[in-house]
Design a protein around this ligand. Sequence first.
Ligand code: NAD
Length: 488
Amino acid sequence: MTNHIPEIGNWVDGLETRPEGNRWLDRCNPHSGELLYRVADSSARDAQDAIAAAGAAFPGWAELTPVKRGQVLFEIVAGMRRRADELAECIAVETGKPPQDAKGEVAGAILQGEYFAGEGMRLHGRSLTSGTPGKYSHTVRQPRGIAGLIVPANTPIANIAWKTFPALVCGNTVVLKAAEDAPRIALLFAQLGKEAGLPDGVLNVIQGCGQPAGAELVTNPRVAVISFTGSTGVGRWIAEVAGRRLARVSLELGGKNPLVVCDDADLEQAVHWAALSAFSNAGQRCAAGSRLIVFSSVYDAFRERLVAKAGSLRLGVTAGCDLGPVMNHGQQQSILAAIAMARAEGGRVLCGGGVPCEAELASGYYVQPTVVEGLDVRAQLSCQEVFGPVATLYSVESMSEALDLANASEYGLTAAIHTRSVDRAMWFAQRVRAGVANVNAGTFGSEPHMPFGGFGASGNGTREPGIEALDVYSELKNISFLVRQGEI
Ligand code: NAD
């Protein structure tokens, strides 16, 4: 008897649909390597069907008042809350996250939904003065049209909520390109939308590969705004192609984020946050702290504690484990190759550096928490994001050397500094080239009302979420009245 393997289809116009040509991709469980589902391997035509559904639904959705749209979004949030355990379990299985992390992610997505549902009551513009007597001006926000939203799998429900809620409250209709490695959570979210009263066609989901399914959203002239979270290489291509047709593009890309530990830092706290920044979510965060820059006088003490901490972390998918596997076999192999390259470039691997030896983890896509020292700043691992549980250590003599090293990256997403000095903290936070700067905390930790995004190769200057996301998903219109002067 063969086991039934579930099929995860697309979601178009309020229904789960099969891909053109009945083509499917295999998704394996990252913890066990076993086949988990077959996922729709969507064609450009499948994406066009979703775009057509979103186009047909647009006038009706855009016509609702923002307050009414916000009320529908509040219903989705209520459904997410009711089914939070189911959502968390789905995420835990398909991404290999320990259950407490999956639950935390769902809670974050719910907050995100609440925040943007509330924006329905705050989608205001400005009232302006004029140089012309009797002229009254104000601005309003209007939807752009069809939003193509493209997400990765690392924090899947958070990524989905991050983009869909602001896009919808602004009155756009959506085609969401789900991540290949987290397809079912996107389908569950779309089903929740329908149950909550979202009209058919307002939120559609396309599964499958970046090419051709995601690329169709980038090239199709009907898609007015593209919001992409993913790798810098793909982001560059999207900026180029969508830029040619003047589509609005928001890019949330990679990071190689520095965490500075000063000689006056609370070392225990610094080690705690460095380990979380580098290794939680198996290092699969754009905001991972992958470059640890430590003052020479505390370098040995910090290194000893960090290596001990890394060695104590529990790998696995059961409650209380610190990190699970990485997303897929290809990702595991590319992380191991990056570590091998670091060795070849003179790096010393202080801990980890390979796959764990426990038998129960042997079939999964695990990588041990790894700390490397002795690398040149131009070494590959110093410069390139690996998207895995790997951190490099550097020793510096001064604040200015720490800052120069922190800024010696093409990326500029997040940064952190550990110090007891307010002067040092402010000096660094003002000068570091990053969209987020945290003091005595980790390199991650954004909240729904805080703008997130990066300098340089980490993005194209947009910020999501926060109210800044409304600028991505709406078009500003200035309306003026000229009223008759004098007696009426
Ligand atoms: P990826 O770029 O390979 O894929 C991301 C998504 O884009 C997937 O859904 C994929 O199918 C799609 N895609 C791939 N090629 C495409 C194309 N040509 N056209 C349209 N869509 C395409 O990234 P990944 O490996 O899945 O995710 C990891 C990357 O995401 C890392 O670089 C990480 O730093 C970044 N990331 C950034 C943020 C942020 O907010 N800045 C957050 C999470 C992850």
